[in-house]
Design a protein around this ligand. Structure first.
Ligand SMILES: *[C@@H]1O[C@H](CO)[C@@H](O)[C@H](O)[C@H]1NC(C)=O
Ligand SMILES: *[C@@H]1O[C@H](CO)[C@@H](O)[C@H](O)[C@H]1NC(C)=O
Ligand SMILES: *[C@@H]1O[C@H](CO)[C@@H](O)[C@H](O)[C@H]1NC(C)=O
Ligand SMILES: *[C@@H]1O[C@H](CO)[C@@H](O)[C@H](O)[C@H]1NC(C)=O
Ligand SMILES: *[C@@H]1O[C@H](CO)[C@@H](O)[C@H](O)[C@H]1NC(C)=O
Ligand SMILES: *[C@@H]1O[C@H](CO)[C@@H](O)[C@H](O)[C@H]1NC(C)=O
Ligand SMILES: *[C@@H]1O[C@H](CO)[C@@H](O)[C@H](O)[C@H]1NC(C)=O
Ligand SMILES: *[C@@H]1O[C@H](CO)[C@@H](O)[C@H](O)[C@H]1NC(C)=O
Length: 548
């Protein structure tokens, strides 16, 4: 009895000491100051660093015509808002039947990115789940809003119109009246001023969400982009937002990989994939054009009544829809947007969905091959194992060097293009995006799952979060967040259905390795084959059972 009492006393004493200690440490902790220093004190960057030449030393910027200056404050219609925060006038369709209709959601790859609501996981969240902590992130993003690429439809339309206007009998009336005085002000290829705000904001947002990971760096971070002017501009603007304009040039290394014919570059893989640049690569345009002849026929008849001296074509009308997007992100306002109805804008969106599905997505037999090089690099980073065999678009010189391709960073940032993001997602087997199967070219199917507006808008961004669950344990899970919404990983062999899109890291890596085995880069990119018609491909590879 006595000794038992004593034991109780000791236990009471011990637990009150414990409570006192806990209370004391909690009170010392609460309100204490914490700070972080970045860059790591002894990590320095020197302007002469030979591994990281700047843009002028690397070259290969591509064409850079600038176009005319914007003057939205004068060119926007009288009742529109041209705010400093969002200086673009929200485009409106010709008819205003539904209040919920947001034309920007239908501009596909030419839309400024917006947060996606959900990829079919209604209860998922991009936040780190309770009981886990964040170990590492892999960001892959697209450049910001740009002008049309060289020789694209909008400039051709302007040339056609100008040729007609300088000939006899030209006049435009009704909804097309503005064409009488319209001039073509767009440049080509380079990022627009609005694109700058997108990348700056992406950098700021990324710092707010993931800045704490910088504490894990012992060397300066290495981020990658390609040499094209808009790519370098995007990467530097992201860095300015992420690090701050006063110091960003000293806070990290920007690796600028050459984007040019014949180069191995996982961020511009079409330059090392012959079938990306022939009829196989062009198949997306063929399919999209078949659909354009359907959805734009009513508009062609409508506009043909309103213009004399030129016979408009379906392809002119596609260019006019593209001009709505390009002028909006370059000049702040476009008269072309209000020419088309909501149904015609949905038709345009689907036109681009077809172009990507059959050109750079699930339905193109060379798509996975183009994306697989990035997947190999991802596996290399996730496993801290160097790539030793070079049979894809991976550049052995870059990835074999621990200066240009470090494997142990807490944060990876790569900049690329819309078509590349699209092919990487196919290579990664994000099959939920392709769930509705091959897309028809004569109507928009119900239950569409493949939206380029969600996959590759301007400044599109995907973040792979490597998590430790339980917190402070070893990295154990991965989570992919595309434009703020969680992607299901059920297309990756072994990843179980998970309402929050989590997959065990080892399972995910095994799935990516299996994908690397599955994808035949040499055949799909360089084989002499034609696309099977009808094209029932959904995994971005030439069907192995059809090989001769
Ligand atoms: C940084 O450099 C200083 C001076 O050269 C040295 O004393 C210090 O140990 C270094 N710190 C680290 C973390 O390497
Ligand atoms: C690999 O990248 C380096 C650096 O950008 C470049 O000089 C080299 O030509 C590339 N090699 C190939 C085969 O593309
Ligand atoms: C437009 O098409 C009509 C009928 O085919 C043709 O007679 C006319 O010359 C064409 N006009 C122009 C400007 O090409
Ligand atoms: C470039 O890619 C080709 C095809 O995959 C490969 O044979 C070659 O070794 C690669 N070169 C480098 C430097 O990575
Ligand atoms: C990079 O590799 C070299 C040669 O293998 C090695 O000496 C060096 O320590 C490595 N540096 C880092 C930062 O891993
Ligand atoms: C990728 O998805 C296809 C179905 O489209 C499936 O047959 C294949 O096994 C998947 N591969 C991996 C590695 O997940
Ligand atoms: C590269 O070669 C390895 C070994 O031959 C093969 O397993 C893998 O599938 C190939 N990768 C590509 C992308 O062709
Ligand atoms: C591809 O195959 C076709 C038919 O078999 C043949 O006519 C053509 O010359 C081949 N092309 C190349 C580039 O080998």
């Amino acid at each position: 009895m006595h000794s038992a009492n004593k034991l109780v006393q000791i236990l009471v004493l011990a637990s009150s000491l414990f409570i006192a200690a806990a209370a004391q440490s909690a009170s010392t902790f609460a309100g204490s100051t914490s700070t972080a220093v970045f860059p790591p004190p002894n990590a320095t960057v020197t302007a002469t660093d030979t591994f990281f030449p700047d843009g002028s030393q690397v070259g290969f910027a591509g064409p850079t015509p600038t176009g005319d200056e914007a003057e939205a404050i004068a060119t926007a219609p009288s009742n529109s808002k041209v705010d400093s925060v969002y200086p673009l006038v929200r485009p409106a369709a010709a008819d205003k039947t539904s209040k919920a209709f947001d034309l920007l959601q239908h501009l596909a790859n030419l839309a400024p990115w917006q947060s996606v609501h959900s990829f079919g996981l209604p209860s998922s969240s991009p936040l780190i789940p309770d009981g886990c902590n964040l170990h590492q992130v892999h960001l892959l993003h697209r450049h910001g809003a740009r002008y049309p690429t060289s020789g694209a439809g909008p400039a051709q339309f302007a040339a056609t119109l100008h040729a007609a206007a300088t000939g006899p009998g030209f006049s435009a009336s009704g909804s097309l009246k503005f064409l009488n005085t319209w001039t073509y002000k767009l440049g080509a290829e380079i990022m627009t001023p609005f694109g700058r705000s997108q990348l700056f904001n992406l950098g700021v947002g990324f710092r707010v969400k993931y800045g704490d990971l910088l504490k894990g760096f012992t060397n300066l971070p290495v981020f990658r982009t390609t040499s094209e002017a808009r790519m370098l501009d995007s990467a530097l603007t992201f860095a300015a937002g992420f690090f701050g304009v006063q110091s960003y040039q000293q806070d990290y290394h920007q690796l600028i990989t050459v984007e040019n014919a014949g180069q191995n570059n996982t961020l511009s893989p079409y330059f090392n994939c012959a079938n990306a640049n022939n009829n196989i690569g062009n198949f997306g345009n063929v399919q999209a054009n078949a659909w354009a002849a359907v959805y734009l026929q009513p508009a062609l008849e409508r506009f043909s009544q309103e213009i004399r001296g030129v016979n408009l074509t379906i392809s002119n009308l596609v260019s006019m829809q593209q001009l709505c997007a390009y002028e909006t992100v370059a000049l702040g306002f476009s008269s072309f947007c209000g020419l088309f109805t909501e149904v015609e804008w949905k038709g345009y969106e689907y036109y681009i969905d077809l172009q990507f599905w059959y050109g750079n997505g699930p339905g193109n037999p060379a798509a996975s091959a183009q994306g697989i090089g990035y997947v190999q690099e991802l596996v290399s980073r996730l496993t801290q194992t160097r790539i030793t065999e070079f049979n894809s678009s991976v550049n052995g010189t870059i990835v074999s060097n621990n200066v240009t391709f470090p494997l142990d960073q807490p944060v990876f940032v790569d900049a690329s293009h819309d078509t590349v993001l699209s092919s990487i997602f196919v290579a990664m087997n994000f099959t939920s995006l392709a769930a509705n199967g091959p897309l028809p070219t004569d109507h928009i199917p119900s239950g569409q799952t493949y939206f380029v507006n969600q996959i590759a808008p301007f400044a599109s961004n995907i973040v792979g979060q490597v998590l430790s669950c339980p917190a402070n344990g070893k990295p154990s899970h991965i989570h992919w967040v595309l434009n703020d919404a969680v992607l299901p990983l059920t297309g990756v062999n072994g990843c179980k259905p998970n309402e929050n899109g989590l997959c065990e890291l080892s399972t995910f890596i095994a799935g990516m390795k299996q994908r690397i085995q599955e994808v035949d880069f040499a055949f799909d990119c360089f084989g002499n084959y034609t696309i099977p018609i009808p094209d029932l491909i959904v995994d971005g590879q030439y069907p192995k059972n059809l090989r001769k």
